[in-house]
Design a binder for this molecule. Sequence first.
Ligand code: GRF
Length: 203
Amino acid sequence: HRLAVLISGAGTNLQAILDHIAAGDLPATVSLVLSNRPAANGLAVARDAGVPVVVIDHRDYPDRETFDRAMIERIDAHGADTVVLAGFMRILSAPFVAHYRGRLINIHPSLLPRYPGLDTHARALAAGDAEHGCSLHFVTEQLDGGPLIARAAVPVHENDSVETLSKRVQQQEHRLYPLVLRWRAEGRLQLTDQGVELDGEPL
Ligand code: GRF
């Protein structure tokens, strides 16, 4: 099972995925790591693991669709059974999303449908939520709104800052993403017209 991992930043989810592959817990290979930011630290993570990397800087393209077409070309040249958004901070165009329908997964740092979009940890703190967390979902045209695959909750502590809370959430991200990708790699997780199915049963 080939994974193309799209990043923009630190790459800690990418690291977790690579660690699980190395440990034999995730029967997959990372065929490509693609970053839209030349300075993304995740590129070093990929290089250290000997994974092919490519930078496609969105600032070099006149518009979103041209940028997305360039990404499709590179992703498909390397082969991808699943395209993994791991801290990829660009909104994807409708043609890109349609091209990878049922093969495109995102992680979002909130308990969706709560807090789509940015600054999720600050928003959870400001709302006084007792619980926060992360969600994995198939990507559709609706931003952070595609069919849910799995969520993990963490408690919010009284003295939490964005930093302490995001760390707690990220620990769950690093556990949950490799698990969901394992379901994919084992052929157990699909998006059908009926919705998300695990082992042929609706989730
Ligand atoms: C994660 O918190 C992810 O949920 C969010 O961006 C962050 C990426 O972190 N969309 P990393 O690059 O995997 O370290």
